[in-house]
Design a protein around this ligand. Structure first.
Ligand SMILES: [Ca+2]
Length: 337
């Protein structure tokens, strides 16, 4: 198995000029953006301290881009999208070159090619210009599979699947063992082989769950799976639950843009309950952070403040800690000038 990572398509959006020329500014179409779209959403309520880049970073990126174009939002987004399209076109050409090499070699008939990405990107929808959201712009990725003798060209499946399904797919297509449980501590793979869907996009043989799970990992010092933000995307719905308990629910069959948060509408209580249960069944059990004992706390303080060991005996006593902490606190209170 081989992996080829094309890093451009990525910010900063650098591509040869000829690709920019393919997308003149006046030909750029902006996505459908509703100015008040974010008003019924909760991403911005995430604890910014623990989620420095996930909470409002996308809003800041958006606002700074607009500001740098003198407040002309349309021009700002058009220029960003032009650079994005130029990068996509450049990667597209490179993929074509790779495919040409494969197809002109003896590898053609027995090489499985998967084209995908690790996340999408918000283009100003909900005032957000970044990855790391739980809305479709960020959670959806391209996924194209060419498996000789298995998949058919030009067909697609509407079923939401996940990147964790790729490994089991390759294992099955290559006829390798998927048995990952070697001892009692082992766990089976979380993903499911896409082979039935590659053979027939309408197949009823798919063994995976009805919805794709996306986790927004909080950049915290301690990881508790119960306090992360998640999205479940089924064929017709998206459910979002933020770590602070706030929820969003979108009828994606009717509301493709995910504009109207139905979680705020009592009419959808039953559907919310079902999604809540489904999510809890999918995520690992909570592992709350153990309480730190006084000694552990002292050890941590010593690690961060080695100078607190006043008599330099390599050990930090409580009086030494108290004296050093008092000094730190006094310095903190001092006015800067
Ligand atoms: Ca909205």
């Amino acid at each position: 198995m081989g992996e080829h990572v094309l890093v451009r398509q990525h910010t900063p959006l650098i591509a040869p000029q000829k690709y920019f020329d393919r997308f003149p500014l006046d030909s750029i179409q902006l996505p459908d953006i509703r100015s008040d779209d974010a008003s019924d959403t909760f991403k911005h309520t995430l604890n910014a301290k623990e989620d420095t880049r996930g909470g409002i970073h996308g809003n800041r990126m958006h606002d700074l881009l607009v500001e740098s174009h003198g407040g002309d939002r349309e021009l700002a987004l058009k220029k960003f999208i032009q650079a994005y399209l130029a990068s996509v076109a450049s990667v597209d050409d490179l993929v074509g070159q790779i495919m040409k090499v494969v197809d002109n070699s003896s590898l053609k008939a027995n090489t499985i090619v998967i084209f995908t990405s690790d996340h999408g990107w918000g283009m100003g929808e909900k005032g957000y210009l970044y990855k790391n959201s739980l809305w479709q712009e960020s959670t959806r990725v391209p996924l194209v599979v060419r498996a000789p003798g298995i998949s058919q060209a030009g067909v697609s499946s509407r079923l939401p699947v996940s990147l964790i399904d790729l490994y089991p797919t390759l294992i099955e297509l290559c006829g390798l063992s998927a048995d990952t449980v070697k001892n009692p501590k082992g766990k089976p793979l979380d993903g499911h082989s896409l082979k039935p869907l590659l053979l027939d996009p309408e197949s009823k043989e798919w063994k995976g769950p009805n919805s794709a799970l996306t986790a927004l990992y909080k950049w915290a010092s301690y990881y508790d799976p119960a306090y992360q933000s998640y999205s479940l995307r089924s064929a017709g719905w998206r459910y979002v639950r933020y770590e602070n308990g706030k929820e969003e629910l979108y009828d994606t069959a009717q509301d493709f843009h995910e504009w109207k948060n139905l979680a705020l509408d009592a009419k959808y209580g039953k559907r919310l309950t079902t999604f809540r249960k489904e999510l809890l069944a999918r995520i690992p059990e909570s592992k709350p952070e153990p309480e730190k004992t006084a000694e552990q706390w002292k050890a941590l303080f010593f690690k961060r403040n080695p100078k607190a060991d006043a008599n330099k005996d390599g050990k930090l006593s409580w009086p030494e800690l108290k004296a050093y902490k008092a000094k730190l606190d006094a310095n903190k209170k001092k006015p800067k000038d």
